[in-house]
Structure formats: C-alpha cells, structure tokens
Design a protein around this ligand. Sequence first.
Ligand code: ZN
Ligand code: ZN
Length: 553
Amino acid sequence: MKEYKTQGAILKHAPELDDEDVQALNKCYIPYLFYKEINGVQHCSCSSCHESFEVSYIDRTVTPEQRDFLDAGHNQHVHCPKCGRLVQKKQKGIARSCRKLWEYQRAVFIKPVSKNEVYVLYVWSTKDYRKYGSVIPVGEYMDYTTNPEYEVNAVYYITPNQQRCFIRNPWSRQHQFEEQKIKEPFIKSWWYNTTAWKRGYVTIGDDRLKNTFLQYYDDKKITDCYVNIYKELFRYSCYGAIEFPYCTALCRFAKYPSLEWLAKQGYDDFVFFMLRDGIEAHTLFDWQAKTPFKFFKTLSTQETKELRSDGRLKRYGVSEYMKYKRLLPGITISQYSWICENVQHKDRFLQTLKKYGLKIKVLIKYFSKSRMKVSDVTLWLDYVETAENIKFDLSVHNVLFPKNLELAHNEAVAISNALEIEREKESLQDKSNPYSKKYKKLCDMYSFENGAYKVVVPLGASHIVEEGKTLQYCVGAYADRHINGKTTILFVRLCKKEDVPLLTVEINDKTKKVIQVHGLKNRNPDKVEQSFIDMWLEYIVLPKSKKKAVKAA
Ligand SMILES: [Zn+2]
Ligand SMILES: [Zn+2]
C-alpha cells in the first residue's frame, strides 16, 4: 500500500461522508417530532429517524403509551414510537417556518481507508427546515425530515509515517485548503470565545479506529490526562466544559508511540503538554521509546525511579533537574528534592552557592541542625546579601552560617540601614540631590526643641523606613510620598536620644495641621508629648521674625 504524499493526492482521495455519517450527524441535532392533528389523527414526522407515521385516537386498541403520546402537546417531550428517542413535539401550525429551530454543529468524522491510513474530516454543518423550491413547489416550503447540510473544512491524513493537516482558508478566494502544521481544525473567533454556547466539536465514528494502527488510542485515558492537568493549571479560571483537542491528539498519537504508555502509566503532564504545545525537547526525551527508561534519555534508570517516587518526574522538571546536576555536580535526588521544597529564589540560591563554593550538603546540614523554618533559606540569602554590602567577612564559617540566623540577620540589616542613613545625610550636601532643597525648607519651617523634645526632619527615604521598622508600623509606604512632596513626615524625639525613634508626625504642609501622630505599635502620644506638639504647632505658624526671637530665647 503506497501512501499519498502530495496535497493534491491526499485531498483527491479523501473519502466523502456516507449515508451512515450523515445520519449520525443528523442525530447530533435537537430532535423534534412535528405533527398536525386532523380528525383525531396525528400525522407525525420525526426529525431524528426521518420516519413519517400516524397515531390516531380512533383506534379501538389505543395502548396507554399511545394515549400518553397523543395527549402530549406542543413543546412537550415524548418517545418517538419508531426510533424510541426522546423528542420534543412541535405542532406544525405553531412552529410555522421553524426559523428558531435553525441550528449548527461542528463535527469530526473518523474515516480510515486502510489499516495504516486514517482520514479525519472536520465539517461545519447547519440544519434548516425551511426550503426554497425553484420548480415545484415554488417558494418557501418545509422539509421536516431534511438532512443537515455540511461543508468539509479540514482534512487530516494520518499514517504512522506522516501526519498532515489541511484547513480551508476562509479568507482566500475559493476557501482553498492550505497545509498547516498540526493544529485544531477551526479558529476560535471573538464571537466563539464570548457568546457561542456550543464548544468544541462532536466526534463521529471513533469506533472505526479499532481496525487501524491507531487501535490502541485510549480516548478515556488520554482525555483524563489532559483534563487533570488542565484543571490543575486553570484551577481558578476554568469554567464549563474543557475542550479536548481530539484531532491534534490523534495526529500526535500516531507520531509519538510513547504517548500510549505515558497515558497508561499516569504521566499526565507529559501527555498534556505534548497535546497542547507539541514540543519534543528531543535532547531530553525519546518519544519513540517503549519504556520510561529509554524515554528519559538523560537520566539513569536509578534517577528515573527516584524522581518518579518523589513525584518530580515532570515535563518541565527534568530540564531543571539537569540544570542542577550541571551546576551542582554530584547532587542526589533527595538533595534536589530538598531544594525544590525549600528554596523559593532558586537563582539567588545557586548564585550564592557558587560564589562561596558551597556544597549543597553543607547547607542542608546547616538548616536541619537548628530548628529552622522553610522560609529561613530566604532569610539566609537576605542575610548573606546584606552582610556582603556591609563588608562582613563571610569567609569565616560562623559569619556565613551564624548560630542564630534571625538575630544575625536583624543586626546586619540594622547596620546596613544606619550606613544608608549616613549616606543620605552626606548626599544632602550634594546640590544635585532633589531632596536637598526640600530638606532645607522643612528644617527652616519645622525645626524646634524645648530642651526635652525636638522635631527632626527625615534625612531621606531610608530614614523614614527605619523609623517605621523601629516603631513597628507601616510608614514605609509614606517614604516615597514624603520625598516626592506629596505629604510631610517629621520625627519627634527626645533631645537626649535624638537617634532613637519615638513619635512620627504626618503634617499638612499648607494648613499646618497634624494628620496623624503615632509611636511604637501605633500608640498615641502621652500628655507631656502632646503638650510639646501643641507648643510646636503654635510656633510654626508664627511669622519668620518672631520665630527667630523664639529660637534666640
Ligand atoms: Zn420514557
Ligand atoms: Zn424517530
């Protein structure tokens, strides 16, 4: 048996839909039983089985079933006595032109032509009971037992050696077929995505695969794999039915024999991503392989087993494991698992490891020794980065791995912040610093002290952030707004301890009214503090000359 190669030959030999196909397509439409009652006789036509028949009241031997059938009226459901299907009764006089019964379907037909050649035809179909006679009868008339109309819009030619896909181009002049890489047969328009209530397509004749090379295509298993991962990925955005890419699935199944056992053995995400993306990543996977050990080209049998039992044998996990193997030679699966479970910032983690020439087992030992939490790896990374900035000697083991990580982290951050504030103070001398001018203005306007308390103007953004951290409330968000001039933040402190945060004041620069004052954990000022603030508020609204007099005094 010679396979067709050219588009012309493949399309020319594509089978047509036969009577069985068209009947199956017809059954996809909503079934109606059209009837007209004349003198106690209901003249019926079933749109599903196309039988026309009569049921009458006059019969002396009316059965209870016939009685139910006759008593049912327009729009009620009955079983068609010919095909047994549940159908909706439509009285011809009421349904009239059946304009509202117009309907469409998308359908895919499996049409094998030999054991190793399967055609898949995608059709767009419509059903309209209105007909327009041009000879006799002239004009509009009804055909209650009409067949649906259809147009083949995509043809797939699937063999073990080639999987071809031809789709009509709706924009070309004669809607010509154009060869495409394997994909689904119709484009999802804006209308489809927003308002169409019929999703996907029906498949007809998939039982015909059983005499072909695709006989082991297990629709249930493959669909399950796809749906499982789809639901996992789109947990919060998946409404209604999931559209399974059946045409694509058949093509890929023909091309990649591994899909059969991958689906059977529960490698769901390998199946899903192969159907969705079609990416082989052939340096990692051999899609022709018949066993997992051959399939995972870069893994040893032992690695395959261990990764599988750790649940880490995933489509996009293998390349990551290979990356770690390259960067951390000799890494074991359990060490790799530890990283996957505990490290949130993998790149930072790897960089730090590399920079200090650390072995992964040293780190795991450090973190398992003390009772540290999962988030502590991030804490340690933060610590190391901060310690670098303030020039700690990290070549000393106890500095790199402090006994009390949290304490060491907080100390390093405090030192780093103090240095940062020092830098801000220096940069206020720099005229190109946009905050310098505002700082000077604020000092002239608000600086004040009474011997016990004083008002301090922030040196810069980190000064405000530090204030918020020390007083344990969220003023950090105000730092930028203060620097940009959108609000004004000031500190009230003890003259004796002017470096220690005490109260934070937000003031309206125009009205000179306090917006809020807070101390440690949002506490309010006490009586003494409040009287200082009141005194200060009286002072700042004085004219300049009087201010000088107060200051001199
Ligand atoms: Zn019934
Ligand atoms: Zn019927």
